[in-house]
Every structure is written in structure tokens, then in C-alpha cells.
Design a protein around this ligand. Structure first.
Ligand code: ADP
Ligand code: MG
Length: 355
């Protein structure tokens, strides 16, 4: 065959394969849990993809119905309303996420605290009234007494909040948990290459590239996920390369905050002080499950670099990037994090490895 003919054939194959690629819909985006959710399954035909999406959306609706803070029929609403009273019958899913919340509260020495809800509300988040002035110390002290997560009792079919006025807020863990549910459901159906993303809580497997026997030579690439610059929403500081069921989550001070006077106060509360955390711009966690990444990003945002790295020793497969809240930024990473992370060239000199 002459060289020209070979090139033409290759050209035709490339065109055909990219045309096929363009015609198949691989990504679906919708609104769920008050944020944007996305599922990406590169290697599926349109009919199966539509089916996968319908199943995932249904699962997410069920979860929202159980965990909502605001719907009177939800397990969490009923549990919060009955604080100090009787135990409440709740679904196995609610029991599981409550147990996971308590597990990560224990691991993080209470920095992740699902019972911090009264203070989250006091500072104007999760349906609370926007504060026009700083909450007083006495208001904070009164509510701190209601945030002992050890007062959440979990039995075989029931849960109970022991003190009247206690309440649960799963905002720091529910999206990660939902990603895991979605991910596991789709993997069980035989999907190997996929990415599930709920509001930046992401879990992936395999590769973003379709299986294509002609071009499938060598190892397929991992999924690439940008880590946002905390002071510039249009910039990233680097890229994570994830596969093998790994998950990532970020907790930051830049998306949700209230302004009182001239100061900004972020939505993550330090359960020791009862006040929004200061000094941290963002914490990104890579972990084997999305629920762990979500809970631990919130926990390490509270704990800061020193106490955070100490706590991480309990979770050997969990890795962190801390970006303290000062300029110019520094990227403080645990050694395991660097296996997955490539900083952009302009940030390489700002990376410091933690012991
Ligand atoms: P996001 O929900 O924006 O992705 P996070 O996962 O860090 O960010 O969760 C923050 C949410 O978690 C808050 O909006 C609040 O509902 C809840 N929260 C705040 N402080 C804590 C805390 N110390 N422990 C557990 N949950 C918290
Ligand atoms: Mg979180």
C-alpha cells in the first residue's frame, strides 16, 4: 500500500471515531442536593446511558427525601423535631450516614461534628437568619451546650437526639455519601469507566476515554480534575489524576460565607469555639471513598495544618492539600497527595511537603 493511501485510511478512521464520539452523549448534568450533579460514562450507548441516569437520579431523589433539613417528612427533620424526646424510626440509609458521621467525628476528635447545626444556623447558614451583627458570646456558649455529638444515639432501626434543642446537619458529609451511593450503584451494573460529581465531591474509576479497540494501545489515561485557586475562580493551582475508585472533595472559605461589618465569615464552624473557622482558604482531600473525602475535608479545614496532619495518620489512604488563607498562597501537601497531583508550572515553587 502506498503511503498516501495509508494516511487516508488513518484519517478516515480518526474522523469516523471522533464523529461517533461526538454523537454519543456521555455526560449528564442536573440539580441535586442544592448543587450541580454530573455523571460521566464515556463508554456507553445512548439507551444504556439514559437508563443509568434515570437510576442515579432516582437514588438521589430518595436520599434527598430522607436527609433534607427542611422537608417535614424527612428522617432528619423528624429526628431534629423530636430532640430531647422519643427515639424515631429512620431508614437504614439514614442510620448508615449517621454512623459514618459519628465515625468521622471520633476520628477527627470532634472537628467534624454533625451536631453543630444550631451554630451553623446562628451564623446564617442552613436556613438560619442572616446575622446583622456578630452573635454574642453568651448566645454562642448557650448553643455550644447543644452540640455534643455523643448525644446522638443510634439503635437497630431508630435514632434519637438526647438533649432538647439539639439538631443534626449533614451538609458536610451528605454530598460525599450520595456520590458513593451513585458510584456503587453504577459499578454494580458493570460500568468500569465513570465519574460522579456532586458539587465538587467527585469519585472516578477507569478512564475518561472510551474503549476503542483500534486506539486502545497502552494504559488509558486517568481522570483529570482541577483544584481551584482559592482567590480566583477562573484559575486552578494544579491537576489531580484520579482512577481506581478514588475520590476528592474540597472545603473552602470562598463559596459560602456571610459578611458582617467588613469581615467575611465562612460556613464551616469550629465546634470548639462555636465560630466560623479563620486562617484556612481551602483543604482538598483525596480518599478511597467520597464520604471520607467529604467529611475529612470539613474536619481538616477546622483542624488546620498541624492537628490535621496528625489526625490523617489514622487514615493511611487519605491525603491532603492545605491552602492557608494568606497571600501569596502556599500549597502544603502530605507526601501521598503528590502521587496524584501535578501543580501548574507557576505554582511549583509554592508547594511544600508536610512531614
Ligand atoms: P460544602 O458543603 O460547601 O461542599 P463542606 O463539605 O465543607 O462544604 O460542608 C460544609 C457544611 O457542613 C456547612 O454548610 C454546614 O452545613 C456543615 N458544617 C459546618 N461546620 C461543620 C463541622 N465542623 N462539622 C460538620 N459539619 C459542619
Ligand atoms: Mg465536607
Amino acid at each position: 500500500m502506498n503511503r498516501h493511501l495509508i494516511l487516508n485510511i488513518i484519517g478516515a478512521i480518526v474522523c469516523y471515531s471522533s464523529l461517533c464520539y461526538a454523537q454519543v452523549k456521555h455526560t449528564h448534568t442536573w440539580t441535586c442536593m442544592g448543587t450541580i450533579a454530573e455523571i460521566n460514562i464515556p463508554d456507553s450507548d445512548e439507551k444504556s446511558f439514559t437508563n443509568y441516569i434515570a437510576i442515579a437520579e432516582k437514588k438521589m431523589e430518595e436520599l434527598e427525601r430522607l436527609l433534607s433539613l427542611f422537608k417535614p417528612e424527612s428522617d432528619i427533620y423528624r429526628l431534629n423535631s423530636a430532640s430531647g424526646g422519643d427515639e424515631i424510626n429512620v431508614s437504614p440509609v439514614t442510620l448508615e450516614i449517621l454512623k459514618l458521621s459519628v465515625k468521622y467525628a471520633d476520628i477527627s476528635n470532634g472537628a467534624f461534628n454533625p451536631a453543630v447545626a444550631p451554630l451553623v444556623k446562628l451564623w446564617g447558614f442552613s436556613g438560619g437568619k442572616l446575622p446583622v451583627q456578630l452573635p454574642s458570646d453568651s448566645e454562642i456558649q448557650t448553643l455550644l451546650k447543644l452540640t455534643n455529638y455523643k448525644n446522638i444515639t443510634i439503635a437497630t432501626n431508630t435514632a434519637r437526639l438526647a438533649a432538647k434543642g439539639m439538631s443534626i446537619d449533614l451538609g458536610g458529609i451528605a454530598k460525599g455519601y450520595a456520590v458513593d451511593i451513585c458510584y456503587r450503584t453504577l459499578v454494580k451494573m458493570g460500568i468500569k469507566d465513570l465519574m460522579v460529581n456532586i458539587g465538587g465531591n467527585i469519585r472516578c474509576n477507569g478512564s475518561p476515554r472510551r474503549t476503542n479497540t483500534l486506539f486502545d494501545i497502552g494504559k488509558k489515561p486517568a481522570w483529570s480534575i482541577g483544584v481551584r485557586h482559592p482567590y480566583d475562580r477562573n484559575k486552578i493551582v494544579g491537576v489531580l489524576h484520579l482512577t481506581d475508585g478514588y475520590a476528592v472533595a474540597t472545603s473552602g472559605n470562598y463559596e459560602k460565607y456571610v459578611t458582617i461589618g467588613n469581615e467575611r465569615y465562612c460556613h464551616i464552624i469550629d465546634p470548639q469555639t462555636g465560630k466560623p473557622v479563620r486562617g484556612m482558604a481551602g483543604v482538598t482531600i483525596i480518599a478511597p471513598t467520597a464520604v471520607e473525602a467529604d467529611a475529612m475535608s470539613t474536619a481538616l479545614f477546622v483542624l488546620g495544618v498541624e492537628r490535621g496532619t496528625e489526625v490523617l495518620k489514622k487514615l493511611p489512604d487519605c491525603h491532603a492539600l492545605f491552602i492557608p488563607d494568606h497571600q501569596p498562597i502556599k500549597l502544603l501537601v502530605t507526601s501521598g497527595f503528590m502521587k496524584y497531583f501535578t501543580p501548574l508550572k507557576e505554582f511549583t515553587t509554592l508547594v511544600e511537603q508536610l512531614k
